[in-house]
Write a protein that binds this ligand. Structure first.
Ligand code: CP
Ligand code: NVA
Length: 330
């Protein structure tokens, strides 16, 4: 039987397919229980701290609601309101917080930081996004696929279109490799060269064991047969200065109805981790438009179409994050 008590959740690469299956099943179960109004308070007496060095809506609120639903206490700290990083090292911060709390969530830049926290905290550490991974997002995406695609995960083809070397694209490679899925990173040739070859080799090794297919492609023919079309912003948090260059490079990879049609699957599901620049309602999209840059990674038409399951996906962040917390400290 799977037992994840005391484990950190830093990347899906650390987990077996059976362990990932266990977390997904638990998430489906916790969602059904919440819908039925059943609260077993399985985290009663526990306390959790959330450390954020980047902004967040979904991840922060998912952790907070998950804790509150199950009876745990929760503290939110950002780098502006704690000593973390500036006046106190991450190592010392981890050691102190590990004495107070039963689990620590961390969102920041380098993967080494979240690894270092886990090394020193003495309690489970959960990765809430780094520059190279976003594992809780992938659990929510897989859960959403299970709700909307009538196939087992190992027969599902996911095409990620855009900045194929960002955190979401790598996170998808890990998730698809582990669960025997078909992943296509669909983006410009220029970006292919920037992918970390050591990581790709590791991913391909896992794929060989599980029967997964991991492809990097700039060929529109690779859209054919997609079950899921996936978008993310073209410039991730902290990369705003890159916008002009990214728009030039990634405009052909904006998800529009022509791309949906190119999948030749009338039931293709559109997913996006969010937040999204699908219209010009945000100050960032507006300001960029005035400067001559259209940063929409997906059209409003696709975002609001019957294909789009992005708000089910966002809701599932909460159920899957709850599953991770319950599995590791419950
Ligand atoms: N998808 C996601 O991580 O959203 P937030 O940045 O709002 O947490
Ligand atoms: N690639 C995006 C994901 C946001 C959830 C970023 O890192 O900003």
């Amino acid at each position: 039987a799977v037992n994840l008590k005391g484990r950190s959740f830093l990347t899906l690469m650390d987990f077996t397919p059976e362990e990932i299956r266990y977390m997904l099943d638990l998430a489906h179960d916790l969602k059904a229980k919440k819908r039925a109004g059943i609260h077993n308070e399985v985290l009663k007496g526990k306390n959790v701290v959330l450390l954020f060095e980047k902004t967040s809506t979904r991840t922060r609120c998912a952790f907070e609601v998950a804790c509150m639903d199950e009876g745990a206490g929760v503290t939110f700290l950002d780098s502006g309101s704690s000593q973390m990083g500036k006046k106190e090292s991450l190592e010392d911060t981890a050691k102190v917080l590990g004495r107070f709390y039963d689990g620590i969530e961390y969102r920041g830049y380098k993967q080494e930081v979240v690894e270092n926290l886990a090394k020193h905290a003495g309690v489970p550490v959960w990765n809430g996004l780094t520059d190279v991974d976003h594992p809780t997002q992938i659990l929510a995406d897989m859960m959403t696929i299970e709700e909307h695609v009538a196939k087992p995960l190992n027969r599902v083809k996911v095409v990620f279109s855009g900045d194929i070397r960002n955190n979401m694209s790598y996170a998808w490679m890990y998730g698809c490799a582990k669960m025997g899925m078909h992943y296509v990173a669909y983006g410009p040739e220029e970006l292919k060269a920037e992918l970390d070859q050591q990581i790709i080799a590791k991913v391909q090794e896992v794929a060989k064991e599980t029967g997964a297919t991991i492809e990097i492609s700039s060929d529109p023919a690779s859209l054919k047969g997609a079950d899921v079309l996936y978008a993310d912003v073209w410039a991730s948090m902290g990369e705003e200065a890159e916008i002009p260059e990214r728009v030039k490079l990634l405009t052909p990879y904006r998800i529009d109805m022509d791309m949906v049609k190119a999948t030749e699957n009338s039931d293709v599901v559109f997913l996006h981790c969010l937040p999204s620049f699908h219209d010009f309602e945000t100050t960032m999209a507006k300001t960029q438009k005035e400067a001559g840059y259209d940063i929409r990674e997906v059209t409003d038409e696709v975002f609001r179409s019957k294909h789009s399951k992005v708000f089910d996906e966002a809701e599932n962040r909460m159920h899957t994050i709850k599953a991770v917390i319950v599995a590791t400290i419950g």
